[in-house]
Design a protein around this ligand. Sequence first.
Ligand code: ZN
Length: 414
Amino acid sequence: MNGDINRDDRVSVSDMVVLKNYLRGRYGLNRTQMIAADTNHDGNVDAMDVPILQDMIIGSRGKLPMGTWIGDRSGAKRYFCFGSGTGYAVLPDGTVHDFSISSDDDMVIMKFKDTGAEMTAFITWTGEDSYTLKWEDGTAETFRAFSEFCFDPKNMISGNWVTDRGRTFTIDGLSGKLTGKDGDISRFEYLPDGDGITFRFGRTDDNTQCQVKKIDSMHLLMTWADGTSERFTRREIEVRNGITYVNGILIANKTYSLPSDYAPNGILPDAQAAFNAMAADAYNTAGIRLSIVSGYRSYSYQNQLYNNYVARDGKAAADTYSARAGHSEHQTGLAMDINDASSRFNGTKEANWIAANCVKYGFIIRYPQGKEDITGYQYESWHVRYLGKELAKEVSDSGLTLEEFLCIDSKYKS
Ligand SMILES: [Zn+2]
């Protein structure tokens, strides 16, 4: 075989060692070896054969790995995607780090763009689809092939997702676990490929493909190979200082309460500015006057209010229209009642104007008609919640309540 000077059935750096030693007069070559060493076929074995052999080594071995590979470092999977001259690593926490890549003989050099750190490793191919990198610190990491191509890291779906089939996907980087409705857990890796995703369950070739359609910033529609669709809702619930944020959105409802010391002491500035803009446009374009009749309400004020309602109508009735202390959206500083906080307001031209226009200013009608079982409250045409323009539009476009949009509920625990 051309280039296989040491006759080990492959063209490698070892052949280069033999060739260079021959050229320095240290080794002799037999007739078969001379033919293999004459890589440019000019009848002579000389310095002209070195660059050709170099190219053959790179070409025949794929000196630099291409595509996506799974490394196994201390049991945690990390993924390296190698393009030509550049690549990126996906760490077990799902973060992506770009690097440039070059090689020097068997040495692979990755220079990370974010930290400037340079990592070098010696590569030893152990098969067509596996190799070992020996890092500078002496540790070895085995890599196995994951895909022939580098996927676009923007298509990763890291995070916690609940689906409308009651399943949960918990995904870090390119690995995750699926918890079924019955509590069964299966682990998977997935490969994003343009609009598609291939899930690989277990160690076998148990692949499941689906097409991904992004609905909005918090939802995906997955269409599986059997033609059925499943709606994925991102759900990251974080509690900071006793305040619950779902996907970064501050939530106060019957399930999630605010601590008594959460007190913005007024409508928050962005929400107030949005209301002012809305009220000005309502007057200037339609001659409609809007004013806030109840904005921020403190924990203790809400406590009084609710207790008065309980005394008047009883607990069960009060719970349908008034929030218990800590559970009122008015304590957030992001909610307000406009003009008339009573069912008399429903169907008025002011209520209709708000319903048709509030989303443009970043508000939603928080307790829509017919959704009492989901929001926990009767229809309130006067109560709006500020979400910011982009999010308000997404929620409005979805046709869902905020609870449905975030896949959360609104129910008192007792
Ligand atoms: Zn209200």
